[in-house]
Design a protein around this ligand. Sequence first.
Ligand SMILES: Nc1nc2c(ncn2[C@@H]2O[C@H](COP(=O)(O)OP(=O)(O)OP(=O)(O)O)[C@@H](O)[C@H]2O)c(=O)[nH]1
Ligand SMILES: [Mg+2]
Length: 297
Amino acid sequence: MPEDNIKSGLVAIVGPPNAGKSTLLNVLLGQKISIVTPKPQTTRNRIIGILNDPSYQIVLLDTPGLHKARKPLNQEMVKIAVASLSEVDVVLFLIDISLPIIDKQASPIDYLESAKVPAILVLNKIDLLDKKQVLPMIETYRKIYPFTAIIPVSALLNYGTDLLLKELLRLLPAGPKFYPEDIPTDATERFIVAEIIREKIFLLTGQEIPYSTAVVIESFKEEEGRKLITIHATIFVEKSSQKAIIIGRKGSKLQQIGKNSRQDIEKLLGQKVLLKLWVKVHKNWTKDMRFIRDLGL
Ligand SMILES: Nc1nc2c(ncn2[C@@H]2O[C@H](COP(=O)(O)OP(=O)(O)OP(=O)(O)O)[C@@H](O)[C@H]2O)c(=O)[nH]1
Ligand SMILES: [Mg+2]
């Protein structure tokens, strides 16, 4: 296909925490790249998903939720999301429609003003709402910000995403593809494996534990002659009381985290995996900029 007929561009998915940004990325890609949990502030890094078609390439950036951040870790997360706004051709501003209206004052919508690129408002989770409630919501948001389009979807049920894609393609410029056509992401297997382990910790622990946890892959080895990959990973926590919780009674919590992670990692890699997890205390790592940088933020 001649290059001037190909649509190609960068699209950022931004919005408040827990709106369903990562779910949308995964459903548009048709495979799980970005971790999803019911807890806010799950995503910490910018995660790229590449949508390929003979007539287009859309590079989607999943980002951490925009929120009022106090801790250095959270401030870095918000910085990543805000920075992505100025690098893209189109912004998908995603919100959870089942929550109260987000007003423009002191809200994440404020960030859009500075972005100066077309923004589509994606009203997600319409499966949680009565159909009659959607139209008034669209009217309200139309008055709050000059969105290029407002599209109701359910990322969970993959509803409305075809319309969203159509609108995106209308807004994207013509141009050459940035990435090879056969890769769905630029994230490394190591990164995705660490994220899977983090997802299981988010799902299996409560209170502050998920937010005090980081996962680092220490080694990733394919055993010679055996169809087995051995992965060693360290789970970092901020204090020793948290270490005890992650390990659990007689190691039961850590075992569960390991088992659930391994199942997903084996699916991802298409191979048997031996997963070894350690828990280490790195005092107040969420305030340690050096450590945060090492995590790739
Ligand atoms: N009912 C319903 N739930 C959804 C929908 N989309 C996402 N969710 C749920 O909302 C929760 C948050 O989803 P995520 O995709 O992790 O949200 P996020 O915006 O990436 O969150 P952060 O990374 O924390 O900013 C999960 O429990 C999802 O299953 C939807 O369309 N309908
Ligand atoms: Mg996310």
